[in-house]
Structure formats: C-alpha cells, structure tokens
Design a protein. Sequence first.
Length: 279
Amino acid sequence: MNIDLGLLGAHLREHEVTPETAAEVERAGYGTLWLDASPPADLALVEQLLDATTRLVVGTSVVNVWTAGADTVAASYHRIEARHPGRFLLGVGIGHREVHTEWASPYDTLVSYLDRLDRADVPAGRVVVAALGPRMLRLARDRTAGSIPCMVPAEHTRRARSLLGAGKLLLPGQFALVEPAAERARAIARSAPPGTALAVTNYANNLRRLGYTDEDLAGSGSDRLLDALVAHGDPATVAARLLAHRDAGADQVGVYPLGADPIATLLSVAEAVHAVKAG
C-alpha cells in the first residue's frame, strides 16, 4: 500500500476538527488525521480536510456498518481517491451492541460489508478494520490492509502483531494527556472515554482477554487500568508510552487526546514525541 501514514495519527471527532485545525495538525508533524466515531457515508468532511492540507492522510476510525451504506461509502471512496489520490484510508467497524438495536451476527455482517466494498472495486489494500479480538483480527489480516484497534494498551499491540503477521498495518490508538499529576490525569480519564466506555461489551471483553478483572472494569476503572489505557505524565513519559506501541509492532500510534482542548493536547504530544526521537 503506497500511503505514508507517518508515525503519529491524530484522532478527532467531527465537532472537534475543521479544515483549519487539520492544517495545524499537519504542521505539528502528524502523518494521519483519523475522523472518529461514525462519520456519515458521504464522507464530505474527509474531502474538506484533504482540500485544506497538502500531505496529510485522512482516514475514518471508523465508518459504522450499521449506519453507513456500503454502496454510498464506496462511491465516496472513489470520489475522494480521484481528487486526492493516495491520501485516504477507509476504516470500517461493527459498532457496539449497546448502541445499535439491529445488532446481530457482527462477524457475518462485517464480512458482508467487505464483500460489498469488494464488488464496488474498493481496493482491500485501502481498507482497515477496527478489530480487537482474534477472530476480527484474522478477518482484518485476510481481507484488508490491517487493523485499527482503539482503547488498547501496548500488550494488545504485541498480541495483535503476532496474529496479523508481517506486512499488515497495525494502527492502535492510545489515549494521551500531558499532565504530570497522576490523580488529575486519572480524574480527566474517568470523566470521558476511556472511563465512560468500560461498560461497552467489545472493549470490556478485550480488556478481560488482556488480564484485567471485573474489579478493574468496575465504575470508571481502576487506577491500574486507567494507567494502562492513558499515556499521562510529563512529556517524556507520555512520549515513551506512545512509542511502546511502535516497539510492540505498531506501524503508527494513534493519539486520542484527553483534556478540555484536544488540539492543544495533540500539539503537546507531538512535540514530546519529536523531542524524544531527536534526543
């Protein structure tokens, strides 16, 4: 796949990003901007972000198979690729049973969605899957360019790389906050994802596979769990935590910014990582 995704990816939701902030993220050294949650199938914002930047790759993390029709998404992919060749990566995912009343046969539904993308000539090498467990990771390996898991510590990255093998993209996302006071960082984490997302079945099951207990998952999470899911501390500590994913086999580390100003967090994190690399 001839797309340079860069070492760092910035994860933002629609309400957090504008063409101007995309340009700011690009200047900070991020290789990819990931449009989070469930963007609409027309992917109009993706095109606007690409129009406002010069080298930044934009991806979806992720298009939701329950809310975005495959045929419309495929047409959007071809429109964007024609306008900005080599700068768009389509991330797709199955969503969460707690949200979608139509939830049924998630694996088979995702397979069917990938089949429809195939029939619409969307290259498998330009698609990644939000895969957490072994079965979905094998599907990502066999049918797409790789996986874009979120809410995972570096140990998941190590296991996922072992399952995916070489040559497949592994693009994990890590929550991050440059905040030296551990208790304050944990309080921020508890008031937003990851703390508010621990009851989501997909995430909870994945964390249990990694050895976290019901006690860790109770409420808004134990200190042990939050410290694994959030890279927090001084800039050098945050950078080291993020780069641990690279050492575990990631091709890129996605940054989920915490704090009142997500763009400021992204800029601080990028500065910290670049300083560690330069040193």
